[in-house]
Design a binder for this molecule. Structure first.
Ligand SMILES: Cc1cc2nc3c(=O)[nH]c(=O)nc-3n(C[C@H](O)[C@H](O)[C@H](O)COP(=O)(O)OP(=O)(O)OC[C@H]3O[C@@H](n4cnc5c(N)ncnc54)[C@H](O)[C@@H]3O)c2cc1C
Ligand code: SF4
Ligand code: SF4
Length: 356
């Protein structure tokens, strides 16, 4: 029996693999990194007194189940170097370093995830040269790798700014997506651009949870959240606004060093129409969600259609190529739970399309 190839071991790929295996299929799950879990494997628990439903622990549970399923062969550190439709299915060449394996599969699920806009594209925001200006993903990694003493890591009574909507919801007059600065050798949406017009959907959710847990773990810490507004796409995740952090409507225009080890942040306070400045020990940027660059080669090999932003066009997991399905944030920004659901849907519809 030809198996199914699942590409990407984040929430979406894990869930697809699990459902396919439970329905009697032989699954090969490949992951470019050395570990399964995708981006959420770095996310810290956001519980304060009780679970705050961030979804991170759902992923570690899925990793355990997938790694121990007899019908799932997991190959980490592995990518697809060649893929084509050969009439009866797909001929695939998998590479891990110098080692190459050829396989034949009946179907493919792409669960190749997302990337984040590089904040270095905005030199005025200090990311490239200020050590205490980091992305939210880097902050999660610091917290996960640290000793668990957040006060020790970030400083007593740390003053923290979280900058949401960083590079999202940009409207630059006269500039269409793909026409902005960046590597001109790349087609449209793969250029390293400085902003995207859409909402990244997940950053309101995670920034509020991060703010609350930071204030809980570091006595006396203060958190200001800057952003265009507050999206409540996900009622299950909704948190109140009176949880200690300050919500400031406005995006900072500049971040610069000082006083001392701190950084200063200049912003227009949208509510009071005032140009203001704030001093912080840490600035956490929430950059725009972009289509994952590691999935680009495969989507080109399989000639899968993408939308104007570079995300795979998918309806209930179906792409425009027979036998090729897509799940999770490679189809657009999604939460962990949404990615798990789309992984399941893609698996079910792939089986249906193969008559299995
Ligand atoms: C800072 C931050 C915090 C967040 N916090 C939350 C939160 O608290 N709750 C929540 O619900 N959501 C949160 N999110 C969103 C969450 O990260 C996504 O919902 C989730 O990661 C999407 O899962 P995915 O499987 O689609 O993609 P990913 O997690 O990106 O996983 C994709 C995987 O595919 C692999 N891959 C890609 N291309 C290839 C290839 N060609 N070959 C092999 N492997 C490949 C990648 O290495 C990666 O491991 C957060 C996002 C960010 C940026
Ligand atoms: S869902 Fe998030 S907050 Fe709740 S227990 Fe799991 S990791 Fe912690
Ligand atoms: S989800 Fe929130 S923070 Fe992210 S781009 Fe949309 S409005 Fe801004």
């Amino acid at each position: 029996m030809a198996g199914i190839l699942v590409v990407g071991g984040g929430p979406a790929g894990l869930e697809s693999s699990w459902h396919l295996a439970e329905r009697g299929q032989e699954v090969i799950l490949i992951e470019a990194d050395e570990e399964l879990g995708g981006r959420p494997r770095w996310y810290t628990c956001k519980a304060v007194d009780q679970c705050r439903k961030c979804g991170a622990c759902l992923v570690s549970e899925k990793v355990y189940r997938v790694e121990n399923h007899p019908a799932i062969k997991v190959m980490t550190g592995t990518e697809v170097s060649k893929a084509y439709h050969n009439g009866t299915g797909f001929q695939i060449k998998l590479s891990r370093g110098e080692a190459v394996v050829e396989i034949q599969v009946a179907g493919i699920i792409m669960a190749t995830g997302f990337d984040l806009l590089s904040p270095a594209r905005r030199p005025e925001m200090g990311y490239a040269h200020l050590d205490n200006v980091v992305t939210a993903h880097e902050m999660e990694q610091m917290l996960a790798k640290g000793s668990g003493d957040w006060e020790d890591l970030l400083g007593a009574m740390a003053r923290i700014a979280i900058v949401k909507c960083f590079g999202s919801r940009e409207s630059i007059p006269g500039v269409t997506i793909g026409d902005q600065d960046g590597d001109q050798s790349l087609p449209g949406f793969w250029k390293h651009r400085s902003g995207v017009p859409y909402c990244s959907r997940v950053c309101c959710l995670y920034s509020e949870k991060l703010a609350v847990v930071l204030q809980d773990k570091i006595p006396g810490a203060t958190v200001d959240i800057f952003g265009i507004d507050n999206q409540k796409y996900h009622p299950v995740y909704a948190v109140g606004q009176n949880e200690g952090y300050r919500l400031i409507r406005g995006i900072p225009s500049r971040i610069y060093p000082g006083p001392g080890q701190a950084v200063s942040l200049r912003y227009e306070d949208g509510q009071r129409s005032l140009l203001s400045e704030g001093v912080y020990d840490w600035v956490v940027l929430c950059p725009a969600v972009l289509p994952g660059d590691k999935g680009r080669g495969l989507s080109e090999m399989l000639q899968v259609a993408r939308d104007g932003h570079g995300f795979i066009v998918s309806r209930a997991g179906f792409t425009d190529q027979p036998g090729v399905f897509a799940a999770g944030s490679c189809t657009g920004p999604q939460t962990i739970v949404e990615s798990l659901h789309s992984g399941q849907t893609a698996a079910e519809n792939l089986l249906m399309s193969l008559g299995l």
